[in-house]
Ligand binder design. Structure first.
Ligand code: PGA
Length: 256
């Protein structure tokens, strides 16, 4: 099953208007492979401005999070309806910073996934274990619980709008990366869980990406693993040159 190389860029809480203009201009001027899906997630407040640029057809805009509520008295929330109004149809959900800093639990993330898919959004659903969970041998137990809470909210005909991002919490923003072997082991286990619990066909076609201190150099080795279909990038997506360099991994993948 050929899965298209996928590259997500999570700007997190970075991006003034000037920064957004410069980074998007840089991304527009960079060279992108034809056969790639690139999704960039500027801060909410910049999405309207970002959508005023003509992006290359391979690049789509995404939110970093979305509310489970459509509207009403929910101070600080941004609804899927508001994103839709801006022409956005991608959102990241369940990022580890949402889980750990803002205490979003599996149940909340599942509810968000359900609603986003009902609203015809595409979702990058994130899962990841902490250092303690890995050290105590609980990596797959934690990841499967997170994956199950997501999968329970995805209908079979919606899986083509779901990208699973495996992001070990200990690797995010730390400079530590899972080794290609560690990441591949997890990705293969996740795919096999989807195969057994959803369907083999859906498992074979689901995009599973890795995130956590991905840079052009480690990306080119990680991408050689069969179950790693691309990346979710934080720090290195804030510079057009390094983000576009990671995009060039598409050609490595295509030759495997
Ligand atoms: P990082 O962030 O690349 O800075 O580690 C990845 C992420 O949080 O998605």
């Amino acid at each position: 099953m050929n899965r298209t190389f996928f590259l997500g860029g999570n700007w997190k809480c970075n991006g003034t208007t000037e920064f957004t203009r410069n980074l998007i201009t840089g991304l527009n001027n960079a060279s992108w492979p034809q056969d790639i899906n690139v999704v960039i997630a500027p801060p909410m407040v910049q999405l309207g401005y970002a959508s005023s640029f003509n992006l290359p057809s391979q690049i789509k805009l995404s939110a970093q999070n979305a509310s489970k509520f459509p509207s009403g008295a929910y101070t600080g929330e941004t609804s899927l309806e508001m994103l839709e109004d801006l022409g956005i149809n991608w959102t990241i959900l369940g990022h580890s910073e949402r889980r750990h800093i803002f205490k979003e639990c599996n149940e909340t993330i599942g509810a968000k996934v359900k609603r986003a898919l009902e609203k015809k959004f595409n979702v990058i659903a994130c899962i990841g274990e902490t250092k303690e969970e890995r050290q105590s041998g609980n990596t797959m137990k934690v990841l499967i619980a997170q994956l199950e809470a997501i999968a329970n909210n995805v209908e079979n005909d919606q899986w083509n709008r779901v990208v699973i991002a495996y992001e070990p919490v200990w690797a995010i923003g730390t400079g530590l990366t899972a080794s290609p072997e560690q990441a591949e082991e997890v990705h293969a286990n996740l795919r096999s869980w989807i195969s057994k619990n959803v369907s083999p066909k859906i498992a074979a076609s689901t995009t599973i990406i890795y995130g956590g201190s991905v840079k052009p150099k480690n990306a080119s080795t990680l991408i050689q693993k069969p179950n790693i279909d691309g990346f979710l990038v934080g720090g290195a997506c804030l510079k057009a040159a390094s983000f576009a360099a990671i995009g060039q991994c598409q050609s490595i993948k295509a030759k495997l």
